[in-house]
Design a protein around this ligand. Structure first.
Ligand SMILES: *[C@@H]1O[C@H](CO)[C@@H](O)[C@H](O)[C@H]1NC(C)=O
Length: 242
């Protein structure tokens, strides 16, 4: 009897450590247009079931993943003439699937690490505008105690200074670059002598992003106010344009 109990505990411990609790990720498109979510899995973790797909206005789609880590974003204004290309957040694969390619900045990102922390029992998630912004998005944990939703609901494109803006064919801003991308200077990229949390303060440009979306990362060392956690086992709703 005791041996059986011991084996059961061992099995449960193994399941928890290996992250075998599958989580459901639901993607929902509240944009008044079609988007094409892209997914990049970090090295060394199990792949996500999709690397990119089409999501029409008001549509939603769910996937199951376990022990996953990586990032989500959404491509806009995609066309498939000779090859698949998108006006914003393209991954350059030439296909709907990103197949291991990440978003070409600027792109609003959702970053996720399941089964993190010392006991591998914590999910970490955030919204990052470190690579710029293309559309509003949010992460809403479903279930799990003390889990907080995180969102970047502001239309940063309308607040984007000219020197950072990406314009569409009709002259409207369709995305907003980070200052690091545009100026490639250490104080904006947190490199060189600015390469640590204590030596890379917010800048006038990162503040534009932070003021618009206080819960999102606005530059590389913006950790304090931008990282969220949830006990592993929750499901997640990723919403675009909300
Ligand atoms: C940010 O600061 C730089 C350097 O002082 C200045 O050249 C730039 O015009 C400022 N931009 C904004 C949007 O405030």
């Amino acid at each position: 009897m005791e041996t059986k109990l011991f084996l059961l505990i061992l099995l449960l411990a193994f399941i928890m450590i290996s992250g075998s609790f599958s989580a459901t990720f639901t993607f929902e498109n509240k944009c008044p247009y079609t988007v094409w979510p892209g997914i990049l899995t970090n090295p060394g973790v199990p792949p996500f079931p999709s690397t990119g797909f089409e999501l029409q206005n008001r549509a939603s789609q769910s996937f199951n993943a376990q022990g996953w880590a990586g990032r989500f974003w959404a491509r806009t204004d995609c066309t498939n003439t000779e090859k698949f290309t998108c006006a914003t957040a393209d991954c350059g694969s030439g296909q709907i699937g990103c197949n291991g390619a990440g978003a070409i900045p600027p792109a609003s990102l959702v970053e996720m690490t399941m089964n993190g922390g010392a006991n591998r029992d914590t999910d970490f998630y955030d919204i990052s505008l470190v690579d710029g912004f293309n559309l509003p998005l949010s992460v809403t944990p479903q279930g799990g105690s003390g889990c907080k939703p995180v969102s970047c609901e502001a239309d940063v494109n309308s607040l984007c200074p000219t020197e950072l803006s990406v314009k569409g064919p009709d002259g409207n801003n369709i995305a907003c670059k980070s200052a690091c991308l545009v100026f490639n200077q250490p104080q904006y990229c947190c490199t060189g002598q600015f390469g640590s949390p204590t030596t890379c303060p917010p800048t006038n440009y990162s503040k534009i992003f932070k003021d618009a979306c206080p819960q999102a990362y606005s530059y590389a060392y913006d950790d304090k106010t931008s990282t969220f956690t949830c006990p592993t086992g929750a499901n997640y709703l990723i919403t675009f344009c909300s």
